[in-house]
Design a protein around this ligand. Structure first.
Ligand SMILES: C[S@@+](CC[C@H](N)C(=O)[O-])C[C@H]1O[C@@H](n2cnc3c(N)ncnc32)[C@H](O)[C@@H]1O
Length: 244
């Protein structure tokens, strides 16, 4: 797809950059970068009020830069990325296996599920998860790789699967890859609104948070604290990613 002078890779090709040595050094190359640190801090703050047992889709999950926070806060995470090499790095952060979480809904129904599952998937396509199945979506550092049209489609899909909030980063001005805030707002459904637009390392680089006005997040699920504190060895499963 072309848009102005830019050519976008609206296919799985857009993920091919993040393979091999790029995936190997991804974290090390960025962790001391002020741009990375500021962004990390902002996003962690935006996620900090999620209750234990809330569900997060991290797409693209990359090497799992927020995994320590997800673990600390007992969030249930489904990570999607197109790059198998990035998913392998993410899987390594959870030691290749994920704790099983036991959740209890207000009506007493008990659900057992791995805390982390990593899925190889293409964000340029409709997302596989069903409607309103996660509380939050984290969509960081991908908009520049997707055409404006695909960014809009992705945001529509995230609203479809998400119950509470969508956190998304974008350079919104003064760059060939800029994705103006208005472009995202244009595809907000009536039930969603832009809640925060926070400047990252530059005023044009923003962390956006969209919020569902009718979020049923609170009290939708409560976690069985005992099960979280003391999972037996048997309760661990291994599902690093869907490899071919
Ligand atoms: C700059 S990294 C960001 C990863 C992570 N969100 C972070 O902040 O570190 C971009 C990621 O997008 C993934 N990606 C690019 N195009 C994709 C697509 N079409 N579908 C799914 N993932 C894609 C890449 O594989 C890579 O892991």
């Amino acid at each position: 797809m072309t848009h102005g002078t830019m050519v976008y890779l609206d296919t799985p090709q857009s993920g091919l950059k993040y393979t091999g040595s790029v995936a190997d050094v991804y974290d090390a190359k960025r962790m001391d970068d002020p741009k990375w640190k500021i962004e990390q801090e902002i996003i962690e703050r935006l996620l900090s009020d999620l209750p234990p047992g809330a569900w997060v889709v991290d797409a693209p999950v990359g090497t799992g830069r927020f995994f320590h926070l997800y673990q600390q806060k007992d969030l249930i995470v489904r990570g999607i990325d197109i790059s198998e090499d990035m998913l392998k790095k993410a899987a390594a952060k959870i030691g290749g296996r994920s704790r099983v979480m036991r959740l209890q809904s207000p009506d007493g129904q008990v659900i057992q599920t791995p805390q982390f599952e990593l899925i190889q998937g293409d964000l340029t396509q409709p997302l596989a998860p069903p409607d309103k199945c996660v509380d939050a979506a984290v969509c960081v550092r991908v908009t520049r790789w997707l055409s404006p049209q695909v960014c809009q489609n992705l945001l529509k899909e995230l609203q479809r699967i998400c119950r509470d909030r969508i956190i998304l980063t974008a350079r919104v001005a003064n760059h060939p890859h800029a994705r103006p805030v208005q472009m995202f707002e244009a595809v907000m459904s009536d039930d969603w609104q832009l809640e925060h637009s926070i400047a990252g390392y530059q005023p044009e680089y923003r962390v956006l948070q969209f919020r569902c006005k009718s979020s049923p997040l609170l009290n939708s699920r409560t976690i069985d604290a005992e099960a979280v504190k003391a999972p037996s060895d048997d309760a661990w499963t291994m599902k690093p990613y869907e490899a071919a």
